[in-house]
Design a protein around this ligand. Structure first.
Ligand code: AMP
Length: 215
């Protein structure tokens, strides 16, 4: 399976990618996770990206495109991949097209997780990430008082960029810079859409995802 997951921050791309990865043998490539790893390991890329990430802005295209070129030079992508958080701009999508054509890995689909804005804000303000395995947990979905990751027991924390003001900025940037990709991929006949409803648990979205992809 060769898939791009598209959707606003908080739409559940990472969760759906993890669920698909568990069932279908392919690699989950999250640009957000790769960048956060660079930040914590204090690499040069991490240093260059940090300021943008803290404000909820996009890391410049040239840095992210180079990072993806490097990721796609690794052999594991040959078995299939789920890309989560990339592309976020038209130049990034053009670069991905070039990378995939060079490597002869055409995309099967681009899956859009469509979620209303009020739902996204509620979700983002209530989500925590695991320091150990990066899994995202929505506190609205679980008993309150949970301090540890349900998957691995690691410590949960609120990401710096999940504060309300930064969330609003990230959503604005999504509308301006990333949403044009919906029409771009639709024109290419690759787009499949899942409409995520307020009451949906990750398993409900997953069912709709499989149906949308004809799995
Ligand atoms: P995410 O975990 O996908 O929400 O990404 C967290 C942050 O990393 C974003 O708010 C951006 O600052 C940065 N980031 C992740 N992916 C990209 C990308 N494809 N282009 C630019 N910045 C990105």
């Amino acid at each position: 399976m060769r898939l791009v997951l598209l959707g606003a921050p908080g739409s559940g791309k990472g969760t759906q990618a993890s669920m698909l990865e568990a069932k279908y043998d392919c690699v989950h490539i999250s640009t957000g996770d790769i960048l956060r790893k660079n930040l914590s390991q204090k690499t040069e890329l991490g240093f260059l990206a940090e300021g943008f990430m803290k404000k909820g802005e996009l890391v410049p295209d040239d840095l992210v495109i180079k990072m993806m070129e490097e990721r796609f030079s690794l052999p594991d992508v040959a078995k299939g991949f789920l890309i989560d958080g990339y592309p976020r701009t038209i130049p990034q999508a053009e670069a991905l097209e070039r990378i995939l054509t060079d490597n002869k890995y055409p995309l099967d689909f681009v899956l859009l997780l469509n979620v209303a804005e009020e739902i996204l804000i509620r979700r983002l303000a209530n989500r925590k990430a695991c320091r150990v395995c990066s899994k995202i947990l929505n506190l609205l979905d679980v008993e309150t008082g949970t301090k540890n990751c349900l998957a691995c027991g690691g410590e949960l924390y609120q990401r710096d960029d999940d504060s309300e003001q930064v969330i609003r900025n990230r959503l604005l940037i999504y509308r301006r810079q990333t949403e044009p990709l919906v029409a771009w991929y639709d024109k290419k006949g690759l787009l499949r859409t899942v409409q995520v409803q307020e009451h949906f648990m990750p398993e409900d979205t997953y069912k709709e995802t499989e149906a949308a992809l004809g799995l």
